[in-house]
Design a binder for this molecule. Sequence first.
Ligand SMILES: Nc1nc2c(c(=O)[nH]1)N[C@H]1C(S)=C(S)[C@@H](COP(=O)(O)OP(=O)(O)OC[C@H]3O[C@@H](n4cnc5c(=O)[nH]c(N)nc54)[C@H](O)[C@@H]3O)O[C@H]1N2
Ligand SMILES: Nc1nc2c(c(=O)[nH]1)N[C@H]1C(S)=C(S)[C@@H](COP(=O)(O)OP(=O)(O)OC[C@H]3O[C@@H](n4cnc5c(=O)[nH]c(N)nc54)[C@H](O)[C@@H]3O)O[C@H]1N2
Ligand code: SF4
Ligand SMILES: [Mo]
Length: 733
Amino acid sequence: MSGRWRHTICRACHAGCGVLVEVDGGQPLRVKGDPGNPLYRGFCCVKGQNMAAVQQSPRRLLHSQKRMPDGRYVDIPVEQAMDEIAGRLKSLLEEHGPRSVATYSGTMASNAGAANGAVTTAFLKAIGSRMGFNSNTIDQPGKMVAAMLHGSWMAPPTPFSEANVLMLVGANPLVAMSGGIPHTNPGRSLTDALARGLKLLVIDPRRSETARRAHLHVQPRPGEDVAILAGMLRVILDGELTDRAFVDANVSGVEALREAVEPFAPAVVAQRADISADTLVELARTFATHGPGVAVAGTGPNMSAHTTLLEYLLRCLNTLCGRYQRAGDRMVEPPCLGQPQSPKAQAMPPMPQYAYGFGEKIRIRGLSNSAAGMPTAALAEEILLAGEGQVRVLISHGGNPVAAWPDQLKTLEAFEALDLLVQIDTKMSATAGVADYVIAVKHALEVPGMTLGQEYLSAYAIGFGTTAPWAQYTEALVEPPEGSDLIEDWEFFYGLAQRLGVQLVVKPVSFTGTVRVEGHALDMIEKPSTEDLFDMVTKNSRIPLDEVRKHPAGAIFPDPPVVVAPKDEGWEGRLDVGNEVMMNDLAEVAREEPTDIGEWPYRMVSRRQMNVLNSTGCDEPGQQRGLTTNPAYMHPDDIGALGLERGALVEIRSARAAIRGVIEADANLRRGLVSMTHSWGGAPSRDGEVREIGANTGRLSAVDSDYERYTGLPRMSNIPVAIRKLDESRAMS
Ligand SMILES: Nc1nc2c(c(=O)[nH]1)N[C@H]1C(S)=C(S)[C@@H](COP(=O)(O)OP(=O)(O)OC[C@H]3O[C@@H](n4cnc5c(=O)[nH]c(N)nc54)[C@H](O)[C@@H]3O)O[C@H]1N2
Ligand SMILES: Nc1nc2c(c(=O)[nH]1)N[C@H]1C(S)=C(S)[C@@H](COP(=O)(O)OP(=O)(O)OC[C@H]3O[C@@H](n4cnc5c(=O)[nH]c(N)nc54)[C@H](O)[C@@H]3O)O[C@H]1N2
Ligand code: SF4
Ligand SMILES: [Mo]
């Protein structure tokens, strides 16, 4: 390796690949995979490869921006911006109280800086606001809520490296680096696993990149996943295919579940989901009898209504089949930079009081905090509703609400009504374009990084994470561009706290919540460094950060090993597969009538693409590969039946709103669908530029009419739509 190549962590998505970057004269030239990396094994996707270009992108913000009364944005020194914002915050806090100030942390908040989350949390606490929102509740919030209703096994689920069967419900880890297959080079991981005999089952209305490698790919109607899982559970219970010993010792509620899945006979489910009854039985039998292994769901089915019920039934499936590590098993991915864990082969019983309806209430549709966090999908309405408690200030960082939140028109209306909108970003994103201030921040290569956030993935949900205790630290490798005036997200919150005269206390990160950790009061006069913060959030970690710092290429830290302890003497905790609220919801689903297609003959379904991360990268030529829009993919026969052709301009209309789309063919789709990536495009005023900037599918969702009652998550996939050809010459004017 030439001296110019340096090891670093890619921070262009959550996967944290260990990569190599060529640095010359203080500038990054190229980024590539690290063939010597034992876990990522040379992997680096197009987003990672483009990191050097993004660092030098002409579209990058090098100075913070202030919006002038005429709508123009002008450069403003960041210290002055913080003075002005703190001044306005102070008077708003005095007049309206802490609840009037909300923060929103998006995907890049944690991807880009490992200390950002802890400081944002500390800031809210210091000013006394509980209005911290993040992207979790517009993602797969049912995962956390279901865990509280079902209970959690206090040791990990079956690790991927030991799985004989894997079932993916609407997840596409080969592209998303998300659940199901380790995010550490998923392609290679899957190839190896298939070679050792893993059976892969995929349920997805699209023959996704991952589905193409499955033994059994079921291509149902979208939105019928709850019925499919209930049908599988019925087959498993009827056939006595459960792990009897495990269930007898650790599970309650089996009879209630048996009764609740009764209406989901294979023939009934087959009819609803438009699959064959034999296939459903095969799915269930294969999953139950080819263990160990796990079942995992992704965003598609979570966003197609019933996120909590879906995730609850998935937990029931894994639990009835006993898909957890047992006493004496070695934990494959114990935390390194996170707090130590002591896994035990026993059930943490349900805590329904912490599932939903607790903590901070919002004034919208009876929603409140949940195990997944505050309901982001209702924040726009909370901003719009006048009266005591109204949110008047939003500080958004590492996220892009105008592009990513469901119901774009509502979001825009709300942001218009805010007293103050601050967007912390690297670019003039869709949200930056409507903000009062845009705080310009450093690029990942200009700041230190560490893999603490990646460790969270295995704690996030069953089937996430990787196969080894991996940790890496990287220093800042290049200086910010000359003449720029940039900070990090956390420095903005620190700067405000300083000016408001409040004390910040930062806590080490614990993923289980079972470890009590002491906070660290920051010096509010001498600003700490990012390195200082890294030390604070990793204090008492299983592997000291200083040890990890000695291995710039990253390393696996197996010692000391962490082994699952036996059940405590007299422990009585049980996992519950018969939660009453969930069983009632299931009964409701059983009673659902097939929806009348009426004026909405197609269904809009979500998908992700490798070259962009949500809205990040859509505008980067190095990632676009010539495709500057997010096409509206349809089955070729549907395109023909509509009298359209590839490249045609269409209007896609839901009951809520309409967007424009550019038609593209995809024979991997079921008929009757439009499959599009989210977070492209701009506000309605830019609809004419659909071929240049894409279209915003979020606009098709309605946050207030079709949403889940526990988390507020609206329908963001499987949205009924109509499609109509547009006259190009008129549409573009
Ligand atoms: N219709 C539909 N809507 C969806 C989804 C869907 O599948 N369908 N998916 C949902 C999901 S799962 C999620 S998680 C959300 C995502 O929601 P968000 O996290 O709100 O959206 P992103 O597009 O990821 O926002 C990233 C922002 O960070 C900025 N950025 C890039 N690099 C940096 C950096 O280094 N520092 C900082 N501070 N900012 C940076 C980008 O310019 C961009 O503005 O979207 C949701 N919306
Ligand atoms: N390259 C890249 N990676 C990403 C992201 C990105 O934007 N780009 N985003 C990141 C984020 S924020 C997240 S949350 C994860 C998400 O990771 P995943 O959940 O794996 O997301 P997708 O790749 O969109 O896969 C969702 C699949 O669900 C299918 N689907 C849609 N509707 C339904 C339905 O009703 N039922 C079923 N069974 N399937 C359905 C879609 O066809 C699609 O194949 O990915 C992360 N990784
Ligand atoms: S998957 Fe791509 S973007 Fe994500 S960390 Fe790895 S190289 Fe970077
Ligand atoms: Mo997400």
